[in-house]
Design a protein. Structure first.
Length: 485
């Protein structure tokens, strides 16, 4: 039996020791839905019990949040920190973490980093400020690497502040970067723009001929981060799929890139090791299950069907399905939470790195979202916004096509109108309606994606899949491929 399998044995006992199901049942997030299933919660035990519990989705979290008081939702008297996730629906979800929850997650992250980093490394990290979970990660990193005896220097900036921090970064060259792939790639452009300016300013201040020559030289050739941050070795990237950006980032930054998987709702992150063959999911304080594709199909034809799952410790190489997570958080444990990521099992044996936890690859989404990387827009919201009452027309059918413009995701919207009396004005109204959606607005205004154009056609043919369902969101094959820069 592998260490990973032994851990899952311990987790089964931990389910009983902590009375996780019985406690969770008290939360309004679970109570009604479990009751409907006639679960005998008192008798629920171990993995057998776990597999009879209905799944929980982001939508359940949202509904519970809207309809209940905090006291009805949380299981502890106090909370340490409230994190938020903007979510593809645009509604905020607030996730309570206790101090212990926060501590456990921090130690696990530090252990992972210390496998490759040394005390002399300096981490540059670009994070969203609180209440986003990434906002606390720089502090967690310093505290927990410190607790392990080897505190690692952290240079942390919010995206808006990177430019102001540039002078420091030039003097205190980082060796590691932690961030999201698209922002890191975008930073490469900023570096090209800023470096000559900074060198010139420094030259003026220090009256250095050498710097002045350097500033001039940078104008002649394109500057990449690797020309500036010569000590850079590693990059850890999360928040969206690394693969399309991996090569471009490695080339421009001169580093070895690692994929990282995390989500705000709970424990159980994944990370890529030096082998670069899927992400390890060590599951220190969580249980990972996978709903196999076949079970997902059964569920689709019968919404009341409770899909069967395979435990991560028993999943065979090659299995594909949807990720489900149960964790041991105190304030609001996630019980059978569907993150809506589709995964493939890459391996479940000892890896050359020494770790034997399951290795997974994220291969897509299982819900209808317009996936633009770090921004995911709900197709349901899109539908509502496009079907509003407009002066200059009415939408009959719509389709979003996602491709790429250099490294940025690009949306092309095609509309088959029921009628329109002024195409140009109608297009403007449609765009304005989408722009009211705060996630769309933030992404668009900050240039995180390109909104190509709205095409009006007389007949729109949807791609049909499954049991006659039509596909509202299509992707250009190049969207999933490496970006070329
Ligand atoms: Zn490994």
């Amino acid at each position: 039996m592998s260490e990973f399998q032994k851990l899952y044995q311990k987790h089964e006992k931990r389910l009983e020791d902590t009375q996780l199901f019985q406690k969770a049942y008290k939360s309004a997030l679970y109570h009604e839905r479990w009751k409907k299933r006639n679960l005998n919660v008192k008798e629920l035990k171990g993995y057998k019990g776990l597999k009879t519990i209905p799944f929980t989705s982001a939508n359940d979290l949202r509904i519970a949040w809207e309809n209940h008081s905090v006291e009805d939702l949380i299981l502890t008297e106090t909370v340490g920190f409230w994190y938020t996730t903007s979510g593809s629906m645009g509604n905020k979800k607030w996730i309570p973490w206790t101090y212990n929850d926060y501590q456990l997650a921090g130690v696990a992250i530090a252990h992972t980093f210390m496998k490759t980093l040394s005390p002399t490394d300096r981490i540059l990290t670009i994070v969203l400020p609180p209440p986003f979970i990434s906002g606390s990660s720089p502090f967690k990193l310093l505290e927990n690497t410190g607790k392990l005896g080897t505190p690692i220097e952290v240079l942390a900036f919010s995206p808006e502040y990177v430019q102001d921090g540039f002078g420091l970064l030039m003097k205190r060259s980082p060796t590691v970067i932690v961030g999201t792939p698209s922002i890191t790639l975008r930073m490469a452009d900023e570096v090209a723009i800023n470096t000559p300016k900074i060198l010139k300013a420094r030259a003026d201040m220090e009256k250095s001929m050498k710097l002045r020559v350097a500033a001039f030289a940078t104008k002649l050739k394109k500057i990449y981060p690797k020309n500036i941050f010569k000590d850079m070795k590693y990059g850890y990237f999360g928040g969206e799929s690394l693969d399309p950006y991996r090569k471009a980032i490695e080339d421009k930054w001169g580093l070895e890139a690692f994929d990282v998987y995390a989500f705000t709702e709970g424990f159980s992150g994944g990370y890529e090791c030096k082998e670069h063959n899927g992400m390890h999911f060590p599951s220190h304080h969580a249980i990972v299950e996978i709903i196999p594709d076949k079970e997902l199909e059964k569920e689709e034809s019968d919404p009341d069907y409770l899909a069967g799952t395979v435990l991560a410790s028993e999943a065979e190489k090659g299995l594909t399905g949807e990720l489900v997570v149960t964790d041991f958080k105190e304030a609001m444990p996630m019980v059978r939470y569907r993150v809506r990521d589709a995964v493939k099992v890459i391996g479940n044996d000892e890896c050359a790195c020494g770790e034997d936890s399951v290795r997974l690859k994220i291969i897509g989404r299982t819900d209808s979202v317009i996936n633009l990387g770090i921004i995911r827009l709900s197709a349901i919201i899109f539908d509502q916004l496009l079907r509003k009452e407009f002066k200059n027309g009415k939408v009959n059918l719509w389709e979003v096509f996602v491709s790429r413009d250099k490294y940025k995701p690009k949306i092309t919207l095609t509309i088959e109108p029921e009628f329109t009396n002024n195409e140009e004005e109608f297009k403007k109204e449609l765009f304005e309606s989408l722009h009211e959606f705060d996630l769309f607005q933030r992404g668009y205004d900050n240039g995180l994606f390109v909104f190509d154009e709205i095409k009006i056609v007389s007949e729109l043919k949807h791609e049909v899949y499954g049991q006659g369902k039509s596909r509202l969101v299509r992707y250009h094959p190049n969207f999933f491929e490496e970006v070329k820069m």
